[in-house]
Design a protein around this ligand. Structure first.
Ligand code: FAD
Length: 309
């Protein structure tokens, strides 16, 4: 049986996706640093959980965690070691690759049993298949690579006690600032995302995008043109240089559908586009398209949604 190590950072959708993908390849041993991550591993079919007790690790950058991951990878000698493609996941994977002199494949969107991975290049226009030539398949997996599918298991839990060495204390975290959580779901995890583009025309008019998102219980996204124009904060940008989303429903209003935008939303289950230009490229990928002025179309859509609630 194929042995797969998975680093589970939290109980979010991205981590659930990586566990689902891994479970389809073989026996999963999850590495969890807290209860939430341990719980998720059991919900998504892990056969084993390495439960790391290293409270001090949270006070430092990724180095203490990387040391634990390197030790576990040495000990488990897996066929695959998968991490979510987040800033933390990539920082950890890079350290594991260097420490073990192992190959590393980042931003993977698919995996095959023989270790071949799929990566999207040129903003998704080209699919590249690669395989590491050195060591096991160490890869970071992009958000949206698969739909998370729960499969409850009762994993065997192995407790791992880790102390933080002086060498791993080079970068200490001195302050954490919690962003006030709004009422909307987070962009990366939302089942519905309603995004506005340059066609929205102003920051004030983004209120209409927010109203549609709220009526559907979704998150608000924006194109880069919209964030660069100051219509909406940069952290809500969807695309190649923003967040990658993969919701059940993606609504693009006043967005032309540039390749860099598509790169961040093309795996959405159902795509609805509203654009006044019938030739806008977004219609080439939309499941449903409305050619029209978003200021006429969206209020009518809102009315219908409210009627059906
Ligand atoms: C390296 C690089 C990285 C990039 N990364 C990203 C990224 O991560 N995300 C991203 O989004 N972009 C990214 N871009 C920018 C990208 O190339 C496009 O410029 C951008 O996506 C365009 O945004 P837009 O569709 O909102 O604007 P536009 O292309 O200007 O399109 C606006 C659309 O709104 C329509 N419209 C106007 N008024 C209305 C109305 N009243 N009702 C209905 N429709 C209307 C127009 O017909 C048009 O189709 C990147 C570019 C580069 C070079």
């Amino acid at each position: 049986m194929t042995d797969i190590l998975v680093y589970v950072p939290n109980s979010g959708k991205h981590a659930a996706e990586v566990l689902t993908l891994a479970r389809n390849l073989g026996d999963v041993a999850a590495i969890a640093f807290d209860d939430a991550a341990e719980g998720l591993a059991g919900e998504y079919g892990a056969a084993k959980v390495y439960r790391v007790e290293a409270p001090e690790a949270a006070d430092y950058f990724v180095d203490p965690k990387a040391t634990v991951l390197v030790d576990l990878a040495r000990q488990a000698a897996p066929d695959f070691f998968l991490l979510p493609s987040t800033d933390e996941g990539k920082a950890l994977a890079a350290r594991v690759a260097v420490a073990l002199d192992n190959g590393l494949l980042t931003d993977v969107s698919g995996l095959e049993a023989d270790g071949t991975v799929q990566q999207d290049a040129f903003a998704g226009a080209t699919v590249v298949k690669s395989k590491a030539t050195k060591g096991f398949t160490l890869a970071t997996v992009k958000s949206g690579a698969t739909e998370p599918a729960p499969a409850a298991s009762s994993p065997a839990v192995e407790s791992v006690a880790a102390t933080v060495s002086e060498a791993d204390k080079r970068v200490r975290i001195t302050q954490r600032v919690d962003e006030p959580a709004g009422d909307r779901p987070s962009l990366a995890d939302a089942r519905v995302v309603v995004s506005g583009g340059r066609g929205v025309g102003s920051a004030d008019d983004f209120a209409l995008i927010e109203r549609v998102a709220d009526s559907l219980g979704g998150a608000v996204g924006a194109s880069r043109a919209a964030t660069d124009s100051g219509y909406y904060p940069h952290k809500f940008q969807v695309g190649q240089t923003g967040t990658t989303v993969s919701p059940q429903l993606y609504v693009a209003a006043g967005i032309s559908g540039a390749i860099q935008h598509r790169a961040g939303m093309q795996t959405s289950r159902v795509i609805v586009a509203v654009n006044k230009d019938a030739d806008a490229p977004i219609f080439g990928m939309a499941d449903f398209g409305v050619v029209g002025d978003l200021f006429q179309v969206l209020p009518q859509a809102l009315e219908e949604i409210e009627k059906r609630k």
